[in-house]
Design a protein around this ligand. Sequence first.
Ligand SMILES: [Zn+2]
Length: 114
Amino acid sequence: MNNKNKVILSFIGVFASVALLVISTILAENEVISAALAVVLTIISIISVFVAIFYAAKVDYETGVYECRNCGHTFKPTFKAYILAVHTLTTRCLKCPECGKSTRCKRRNAEKGE
Ligand SMILES: [Zn+2]
């Protein structure tokens, strides 16, 4: 599976989980399903939303490298640094392993596929 497919798959996962949450809420409100079943479905869908988001983050982490604004060095941060870093869609505040400065590093797609 290539990276693009993984990103699409994780988005489908998020949408499917949210859809399950909405559907179970509607069914419970209309008393189609019991309250207990609605709670179970809600818990399942919340867990799957978190799993899908985590998977999306993991795919984004695995497919990206970051370029230091100070020295231009391209590096891959640790997963912990990646998760905790303040970020936008295309930049992330990371500490460069080369020059040691924390800059708004630009995201680049990693060269290797799998
Ligand atoms: Zn640097």
